[in-house]
Design a protein around this ligand. Structure first.
Ligand code: ZN
Length: 148
């Protein structure tokens, strides 16, 4: 009988797994492409079809899916978010990083991706990014790969 929790595999079925990836960011604001690391974990898992949840357990970082072809776009994201939440603005949260909390809240700490034929379904120009808004820091990314 298959487990209700999904943690044990029944005969012939690959079990879901939770992975931990560490990312050392290098600047206060950074958009780090982690698509390759996720693709590697999916390939290793042997899972052909399912879901992949990508989550970062931080209040000043986020997970973004967007274009990974032109790095200049990161500067535009940074400028856009700075206009919405300038650093050093008049905030009630007074520890110097309120802008980073607001940017993190806008983009969100997690995304769910679809796996088909052993690969994430992504558009031609799409990649998955860890967004750093209060670096440099060591950031954790948790990735759960769940078969159908
Ligand atoms: Zn804070």
């Amino acid at each position: 009988m298959a487990s209700e929790t999904g943690k044990e595999s029944s005969a012939g079925k690959i079990a879901a797994r939770l992975h931990a990836v560490e990312v050392q960011t290098r600047s206060r604001v950074e958009f780090r492409d982690i698509t390759g690391q996720i693709e590697h974990l999916i390939a290793e898992s042997g899972i052909r079809d399912g879901l992949c949840a990508v989550f970062t357990p931080h209040t000043t970082a986020a997970i973004l899916i967007n274009e990974n072809a032109d790095p200049a776009l990161h500067k535009d994201f940074d400028n856009f978010l700075r206009r919405l939440a300038p650093q050093g603005g008049d905030y009630a949260h007074n520890d110097g990083n309120c802008d980073a909390h607001l940017k993190s809240a806008l983009i969100g700490p997690s995304k769910t991706l679809l796996i088909q034929n052993g690969r994430m379904i992504l558009g031609t120009w799409q990649g998955v990014f860890l967004c750093e808004f209060d670096g440099p820091r060591r950031r954790a990314v948790r990735i759960k790969i769940v078969p159908d």
